[in-house]
Ligand binder design. Structure first.
Ligand SMILES: [Zn+2]
Length: 321
């Protein structure tokens, strides 16, 4: 019947093609490296027994919030509390107590309740665009500033705008003060640093034999800014949720294939509110994502749950899950 009505058939094809464009192309955009995850093109991994997470737990995710926005406390934390999830919060020291930002009291409450606090510099300037002295100050003083304000364990550092992890001087400075540092942007972090299409690394050592920085190491742990990917691909909320689910499943499938937990999404959020502005995740979408993790029995970790094996040169999960 449809063949005999060309207009209707064309309409159907047009609708299908629009749907395909909207749903498939943004989600599988090659620029994220995401397409390589869903087509399973990663190299295989070596087995090891130093990963303390149980072998049958292939659903692990790290939740991370950047820049210390007050809506993370007022909007995201109650939802995290509902599910008992503990996240990592990267704080820009000089922004604390400013309008729209968390207070020191709130940040201390987060730490007291088991969340993890990391340093995100003093002023959020790009570290590669300043003098070495200024860069050293931003890196070191932000740790001291957190400590001066009651944060006992400053476990990790995050690079403003993901810039600095490819700069030797910056990494040398970061390594003097922190065990781990996070950058972006990749949907999955491989604990052995060996799943990335951009590199042939087989472990997470920081330097090559020639003394050059490696692509990924303990000071360039990959986070996934899903609100940044959403903006780039102009996704609506349901498409963003679909992208979120696809990334979670890609990690699960990868870990099932390998039999150990190795691929972990480290999801980076900025604002969680209903403004719809750039880098904002609508509260309902955030709720849906957390419910998805809960209903699908994901184990939620934070950066403090990751450790580094200095002998084998890889990251591992410290916490028994
Ligand atoms: Zn930031």
């Amino acid at each position: 019947m449809i063949e005999s009505i060309p207009g209707l058939r064309n309409t159907k094809i047009l609708v299908l093609s629009i749907l395909t464009t909207l749903l498939v192309i943004p989600i599988c955009s090659p620029s994220t490296g995401f397409s390589s995850i869903i087509d399973g093109s990663q190299p295989s991994l070596l087995n090891d027994s130093n990963n303390t997470i149980s072998a049958n737990n292939n659903k692990v995710v790290v939740l991370s919030f950047d820049d210390g926005w007050d809506d993370q406390y007022s909007n995201a934390k109650p939802i995290l509390d509902t599910y008992g999830y503990k996240a990592s919060f990267s704080i820009i020291c000089e922004d604390v107590e400013k309008a729209d930002h968390m207070s020191w009291e709130e940040i201390n409450t987060l730490e007291d309740e088991g969340h993890d606090i990391g340093a995100h510099t003093m002023t959020h300037k790009v570290l590669t665009e300043m003098s070495p002295e200024e860069m050293e100050f931003e890196v070191s003083e932000s740790k001291q500033c957190l400590r001066d304000n009651g944060i006992e364990d400053v476990n990790y550092f995050s690079y403003p705008k993901n810039e600095g992890s490819a700069d030797k001087v910056v990494v040398e400075t970061v390594s003097q003060y922190y065990d781990l540092a996070r950058t972006g942007n990749d949907p999955l972090m491989y604990l052995h640093c060996d799943g990335f299409t951009e590199s042939t690394q087989t472990d997470c050592r920081t330097y090559t034999e020639d003394g050059e920085l490696t692509f990924v190491n303990r000071y360039s742990i990959m986070g996934w800014s899903h609100d940044s990917d959403r903006m780039r691909d102009s996704l609506d909320d349901s498409q963003t949720l679909q992208m979120f689910i696809e990334v979670m499943n890609s990690a699960t499938n990868y870990n099932m294939n390998e039999g150990i937990t190795n691929a972990i999404p480290i999801i980076v959020y900025h604002n969680v509110d209903n403004t719809g502005r750039n880098y904002s995740t609508i509260i309902d979408l955030f709720e849906s994502e957390m419910r998805y993790l809960h209903d699908n029995e994901f184990t939620v970790l934070n950066m403090a749950d990751l450790g580094y094996n200095e002998n084998a040169n890889y990251l591992y999960i410290k916490k028994e899950t």
